[in-house]
Design a binder for this molecule. Structure first.
Ligand SMILES: [Zn+2]
Length: 366
């Protein structure tokens, strides 16, 4: 709740500043007959709109889970970010269009010193709000806030260009408004596309943050019973809302009671520390007899012949059923099925009376 309160507070500040800017700039723009300032004002209106969208999105995404949406509504925040990115893109395209028109048909603007000062103040206000919103957004991992903060920063650059051309036209009566605007609009369009792509990655499902998975691994390994942690997956249901799975390796003499106590405790600890709902799967590990040590050694050697195999884990030799189990993580670019069958053939040839269960795991996380 703390997070959504911060987002809403920051957005409200953004709305207030932007509405004030719209009023000032509209006044100056109409008096000076400057298309770029009027456009700028319209743009500020769209910024206020993106703050409104952020608030609505935050309210909706904070809705409690229900029967139909048991994972909650957190993913609505991604839609909000997409909407804001589209607004930024649209602002960039309209700035480009207006600038090109201005290059073809330059319009005569008349600026007073007072209007120049007001533009300058507006730039500072926009710069300040942009830096502030972006900073809060980064602190609490809010894509919408980061997007609207970046948007504000671009606007301040756009306004600076307007100011420079206004000063030039005031002193020397040269008009470069169109050219400056054209260059800047290219940057705005580029930023809009980047914002859109970044959010799309979250929606498609991306590789978990390496720092996060490593911290998770470290916390689990801190329990001395855990001999290894593998196959961490994380699914996002909104920023900072994760469900995941991991496989842990335990001694094969561990009892169900011990596993019960360990995994319950771990799940609670991980939720407390990381806010992640983690489900754990168990791999058994045994002290090697002569036979199993030889098999393990040969499997490791065979796997080592393939640089495409990123990891081998969960190796368990069950001598009573004559079964060897292990998992392979193969590089996404390699032919995993082919490598799996090649490895199987090689180890099978060495131990014809054993059955080899080789599972292909995906390279989900670091
Ligand atoms: Zn595995």
């Amino acid at each position: 709740m703390e997070r959504s309160k911060k987002i809403i507070k920051t957005s409200i500040i953004g709305i207030v500043v932007n509405v004030l800017l719209v009023l000032f700039k509209m006044g100056v723009g109409l008096i000076a007959n400057s298309i770029s300032i009027i456009l700028d004002a319209v743009n500020n209106l769209s910024d206020a709109l993106s703050s409104v969208i952020t608030i609505v999105g935050t309210k909706l995404s904070g809705k409690r889970p229900d029967k139909k949406h048991p994972y909650g509504y957190g993913r609505i925040e991604y839609l909000t970010s997409v909407l804001i990115a589209v607004i930024v893109l649209a602002a960039g395209v309209s700035a480009a269009k207006e600038s090109i028109t201005n290059i073809i048909h330059p319009s005569e603007s008349t600026f007073s010193v007072v209007s120049l000062i007001i533009i300058a103040v507006a730039i500072i206000a926009k710069l300040a709000i942009g830096i502030y919103v972006k900073k809060v957004g980064k602190e609490i991992n809010s894509g919408s806030l980061i997007a609207s903060g970046s948007d504000a920063l671009f606007d301040s650059i756009l306004s600076t260009a307007t100011l420079i051309s206004a000063i030039l036209s005031y002193i020397w009566h040269i008009n470069i408004e169109g050219w400056l605007g054209a260059v800047i609009s290219v940057f705005i369009i580029k930023a809009g596309i980047e914002m859109l792509l970044e959010t799309l990655h979250s929606i498609i499902g991306e590789r978990a943050d390496a720092e996060q998975t490593q911290a998770l691994r470290k916390a689990i390994l801190a329990h001395k019973e855990v001999l290894g942690v593998y196959d961490i997956t994380l699914h996002n249901y909104g920023p900072n809302q994760f469900m995941g799975t991991a496989h842990i390796e335990l001694d094969d003499n561990t009892t169900a009671k011990q596993i019960h106590l360990l995994t319950r405790g771990l799940a609670a600890e991980i939720f407390e520390k990381f806010g992640i709902i983690l489900t754990l799967g168990i791999y058994a590990s045994n002290n090697s007899t002569e036979v199993s040590a030889a098999i393990k050694n040969d499997v490791v050697k065979t796997v080592g012949e393939y640089p495409e195999i990123l990891q081998m884990h969960g190796l368990y030799v069950d001598e009573s059923t004559k079964c060897v189990m292990f998992d392979l993580i193969v590089d996404f670019d390699a032919d995993a099925l082919n490598i799996q069958s090649e490895v199987r053939e090689k180890v099978q040839a060495l131990y014809p009376d054993y059955r080899f269960d080789i599972v292909l795991d995906s390279d989900y996380s670091d």
